[in-house]
Structures are given as C-alpha cells and as structure tokens.
Design a protein around this ligand. Structure first.
Ligand SMILES: C[S@@+](CC[C@H](N)C(=O)[O-])C[C@H]1O[C@@H](n2cnc3c(N)ncnc32)[C@H](O)[C@@H]1O
Length: 382
C-alpha cells in the first residue's frame, strides 16, 4: 500500500507549492558526520540549517527537544550557535554528543591507527562476557559467535582512553542491527541472516573508514557549546525560562515508530536504561496500534512539551516543527492541524505553515506497508 499520508483542512495544493523551498531534493545530505549512524525519521540537515540561518544569529541558543541523531545540534554548532538537545533515548544522546565534539589531528591519527591495527588489536583482545547484558532475550537476536566477537570489540573500545572512545562506540552501535537477526532499523522482527565474524569486522571497518574520510574532508567548524541530556521532553527544568532563541525539531510521529524497540539491542550494548526509554516514549507505534486506540494521549503529551517550549523561549523567538500526519484505529489524524490549534491555545502565533515533499528515495521514512510522501513544516512565534 502506498499512502500519501497528509490530512489537513487547509489548502493542501497551495501549501505544497509554498513548501518547495524546504524540499532540497538536489542537495547532498550526508556531509560531515551526518551519515554516522542510521536513525529512523532523521531529517535532512538542510531543514534545521535553513531555520537556524533564517531565525537566529551567531551566539544564539538553539534547542532541539527531540534531538535524535543530533542533526539540529550539529548544524547549530557549525553555524556558531550554542546548542541544547534532549532525547529520552540513550542512543540519541550518544550520537548527538559524538557528532558535535571537535576532533583534532591527533584524534584523527588515533582513529587511523586503530583502523590499521584492528586485526592485531582484536587478536589480543579477550572475550568479555561481563560486557554482555544478561537479558534473557538478547541471545535470540545474535549468534553466540557474534556476541562473543562484539564483546571483544566493545572491550577493546573501552580500553581506548583518549578522545575517540565515544566515536568508536557510535561506530560500533551503527552496525549492531546489521549484524543481528533484526530485520532492519525500522522493523523489529527476527529474520534468517548469515552473519559471520568476518562480516561483522567488515561492517565495522567499512563504517570506521568512512568516518575517518568524512572527518578529513569536512569543512565543518564546530562551536562546541553543546549540551545534550537524556530526559523526557515533557519536563525540562534544567533549561532556564526565557533563555532559548530558536527551537527546531521533528517530534516523534504519531503511531509510526518504536524507538525503544528499534534501538533495543543497541541500548543493551551501551548499558542503557531501556525501561525509562520505553515508558517515556511519546507517540509510539506500540501504544497507538492497540485496538480502539485514540490519538488524544499523543496530543496531551505534545501539549506538555509545547508548554515547556513556551516557557524556555524568549519573546519574539521562533519555533519550527516538522511533523507528519497519522492513522490511528484506521482513522486519519490531522496531526499538524491539531498542533496549530494547541500551540495557538497556549500563546504561540502561527507564522507560516507549508508542506514539504520527501525525496522519493528517502530511506529513513520507509516503513513496511507505508510510505510518508509529505510532511508539514510549521513555524510559530512566541
Ligand atoms: C523524529 S525523531 C527526531 C530525529 C532527529 N530530528 C534527527 O534528525 O535525528 C524523534 C525523537 O524523539 C525522541 N523521543 C520520543 N519520546 C520522547 C520524550 N518523551 N522525550 C524526549 N525525546 C523523545 C525519540 O527517541 C526520537 O529520537
């Protein structure tokens, strides 16, 4: 089934025409470390880049409440803004931190050295069962040989005590679904796969080589005033009132994904708290695919976030939201229309709303039996 997945009472054709400036279909989207790690519903860097250039100045504070893989934070940092990110998923926090860190020539040389000496280092690395979770379902997702090999690799990465350890951990995390029996990054189902230790090494080294090249080729200049925290975006007391100049974000799509599931094995490997991630996730497919589910709890959760955004934003500042519509209990839900309504009720003024077309080859949105072709870009002002 192919579905357009856009439901609105507004003039759809007009909004799509006006949204063309947000499409960026001809531009490169994989610069610097943007390609480090797969992430469901990751947006292209051009979206936050445009918002940051249009609506903030050098030195301003940009906040992404659902920072995911860190796309907004990386762009903000490169444009000389201070960046704040929150996400309830430890994988997102790891990636956001790693992508916004500055790497100097010594770090890149250390990465190259790790790459070149990998076989020798792994031969000398011992198996570390203590670094593997004792969760009983974990072994359902990997072959015993791959688990043992990954534990050696994790132990090896833990023994690297210089500025590249977290980056290596993110490279390690990037391959964890590919070398498991999980079908894909957006499908939590077991499938038959032939996964050897050689393939595991090949995946890891392939990604590491690409990362070294991306670091060398890039002309990104990071500001490095970036603060990322693992927390529930409905409650952000660590961010001061009237302190943020711009919010740019793509909230979790209603009934589309289960981040706690897709990243579950990764969360195990990085020793994260899975229960917190699962219970605090907004909009999850698990919750809204239940029989007779209704969308209201999603909007109640989002309203709590919007109220926090209203508190932390300075007067006159903008808030840019990228969101898609949804289906719950077979009924289309006009998510963007509802957002406009709720944001208005808590004191935001709608500045502009358009619809952008996703690039037909965009893979981060490809979920089984569904294809999102369009999404809304909503700009509000406090
Ligand atoms: C659409 S993704 C953001 C992707 C991001 N723009 C990027 O480019 O990678 C939505 C994010 O919301 C996060 N999320 C879901 N519920 C949350 C909550 N209660 N608090 C904070 N983050 C949450 C998910 O973990 C996911 O990373």
């Amino acid at each position: 089934m192919i579905r357009k997945a856009i439901y609105t009472a507004a003039d759809e054709e007009k909004l799509i025409r006006q949204g063309e400036i947000w499409n960026f279909h001809e531009e490169k989207t994989q610069e610097f470390l943007h390609n480090l790690h797969p992430y469901p519903a990751k947006y292209i860097p051009q979206i936050p880049r445009k918002a940051i250039i249009d609506y903030s100045n050098v030195g301003d504070v940009v906040y992404d409440p659902f920072c995911g893989s860190g796309t907004t934070l990386l762009e903000a940092s490169n444009l000389g803004r201070k960046a704040i990110g929150t996400d309830n998923n430890a994988v997102a926090v790891l990636l956001s931190k790693v992508k916004t860190k500055k790497y100097d020539d010594t770090d890149i040389a250390n990465l190259q050295d790790f790459y070149e000496r990998y076989t020798e280092l792994m031969e000398n690395s011992v198996e570390r069962p203590g670094l593997v979770t004792d969760d009983k379902n974990f072994f359902y997702w990997y072959s015993p040989e791959v688990i043992s090999h990954l534990s050696k690799l994790k132990g090896l990465i833990y023994s690297v005590d210089n500025g590249i350890q977290d980056l290596l951990l993110a490279v390690f995390s990037s391959i964890l679904v590919k070398v498991s029996f999980q079908d894909s990054d957006t499908r939590y189902a077991k499938v038959d796969k032939e996964i050897s230790i050689e393939k595991t090494d090949e995946q890891f080294l392939g990604k590491l080589k690409r990362v070294i090249k991306d670091l060398r080729d890039s002309n990104y200049v990071l500001n490095e005033e970036v603060c990322v925290s693992k927390c529930d975006a409905r409650n952000i007391p660590h961010i001061e009132s009237d302190s943020v100049n711009l919010i740019v974000t793509s909230p979790p799509y209603l009934n589309a994904y289960d981040y706690h599931k897709y990243h579950r094995q990764r969360l195990h490997w990085i020793n994260a708290d899975i229960k917190f991630t699962r219970t605090s996730e907004i909009g999850s497919h698990d919750q809204f695919t239940k029989k007779k589910a209704i969308p209201n709890p999603y909007f109640e959760d989002m309203e709590k976030c919007f109220r926090e955004w209203h508190r932390v934003l300075k007067v006159g500042s903008k808030c840019v939201i990228v969101i898609g519509d949804a289906i719950v209990s077979k009924e289309p839900v006009r998510v963007a229309d509802e957002f406009v309504e709720i944001m208005g009720s808590i004191g935001f003024k709608l500045d502009e709303r358009v619809i952008r077309k996703l690039k037909p080859t965009s893979r981060s949105f490809n979920i089984r039996n569904s294809r999102m072709d369009f999404e809304h870009v909503l700009t509000f002002e406090k």
